[in-house]
Design a protein around this ligand. Structure first.
Ligand SMILES: Nc1ncnc2c1ncn2[C@@H]1O[C@H](COP(=O)(O)OP(=O)(O)OP(=O)(O)O)[C@@H](O)[C@H]1O
Ligand SMILES: [Mg+2]
Length: 324
């Protein structure tokens, strides 16, 4: 039962993900792991696509939409501004239509279509996904820590093939809708065939990038996926269910980390009944967690006396995770 050992035994696992239900400690563990790895001499990027800017909160630095920001030597954090990426996507499509058909302005119907497409969740996910691909295939860092959004969403990101398919459908549909303009455009445009090839090549390139990164993120060799869990009935049940789903997407699970464990040594002190009951309750669920996930349980992290924000608290959390 050691988290540090997993990292030492598997130096090839360079893509680290913490998954789990909302609010259990994914961002906290991501930040603390990044801190620990950086302290060990590795160059680390911890990044998220969460519009809630939780990394800004935990590092107490406004890093949202600012690219990779150096927090301390070798530790970089990045928060992707999804809305901006969606806008850039729209602009890109607009520009392509203008270039391809030689319009000076995007026709109103097309403009409507672009707006509608951007409102689609698939478009949003694709824009985000593309940003993640850029980060992950960059190869600049020793470790990439992907601070995931809560489970349901994370599953969606991880089912990348389907996101990609939806995106391709969208583009294909857009091209079909463009067909009616082609008559007009054909007059103005001589190198149409070349342009078609270019779009196809671009799609193939995107496909390549998506395949590369989705295979990295779900690669048994290169990825370590940890589930965050707490000693409570619902959390255990939900995690069991989720683990089943992740298995379906072939996401390899490296282990489970139990968070928010009330320090057991409190039981020896003179404590109120309320706390004693909670300790007993947790003891029962901790047993259950061990029974259900047995040797896959890598660490138990105590509940601190305050929230984990700022580097000194992150350091304490890193110690609890990797040194205790
Ligand atoms: N062991 C702990 N002791 C004390 N506070 C903790 C502990 N673990 C997490 N917290 C606090 O709990 C809150 C939620 O944690 P965190 O933001 O890491 O969860 P999350 O899983 O990333 O949430 P979300 O699903 O919303 O992204 C934060 O305020 C964090 O500081
Ligand atoms: Mg979070």
């Amino acid at each position: 039962m050691s988290l540090a050992r997993i990292f030492k035994e598997h130096p090839e696992r360079r893509y680290i993900e913490f998954g789990g239900k909302g609010g259990l400690g994914k961002t906290t563990f991501s930040a603390a792991t990044a801190y620990w790895l950086a302290s060990q001499g590795h160059k680390v990027l911890v990044f998220s696509v969460d519009p809630q800017a939780s990394l800004s909160d935990i590092f107490q630095r406004d890093i949202f939409g600012k690219g990779a920001v150096e927090i301390m030597p070798r530790l970089f954090a990045q928060e992707i501004d999804a809305d901006r990426h969606i806008k850039e996507y729209q602009d890109e499509i607009r520009q392509k239509i203008l270039d391809m058909y030689g319009f000076e302005q995007v026709p109103e119907e097309i403009e409507d279509y672009i707006r509608a497409a951007a409102a689609e969740p698939a478009m949003e996910e694709s824009a985000i996904f593309d940003a993640v691909v850029d980060i992950v295939v960059g190869g600049e860092y020793d470790y990439y820590i992907y601070d995931l959004v809560p489970l349901g969403h994370a599953l969606y990101y991880l089912s990348m093939a389907s996101v990609y398919d939806q995106w391709i459908d969208k583009i294909t549909k857009l091209r079909e809708e463009m067909a009616e303009y082609e008559q007009v455009a054909a007059v103005m445009q001589r190198d149409k065939e070349f342009q078609e090839d270019q779009i196809l090549r671009e799609l193939q390139d995107i496909k390549y990038r998506i395949n590369t990164s989705s295979s990295i993120l779900t690669d048994r060799e290169k990825t370590a996926f940890f589930f965050v869990i707490i000693p409570e009935e619902m959390a255990i049940l939900d995690t069991q269910k989720a683990a089943g789903l992740f298995a379906k997407y072939n996401v390899p699970i490296s282990g489970y980390i139990v968070n928010r464990v009330i320090p057991p040594e409190l039981a020896e002190q003179n404590i109120p009944d309320y706390l004693r009951h909670r300790l007993e309750m947790q003891a029962g669920y901790l047993d259950k967690i061990d029974t259900v996930f047995h040797d896959q349980v890598l660490a138990r992290i105590v509940e601190f006396e305050r929230d984990i924000t700022g580097l000194p608290m992150i350091e304490r959390m890193a110690q609890a995770m990797f040194e205790d």
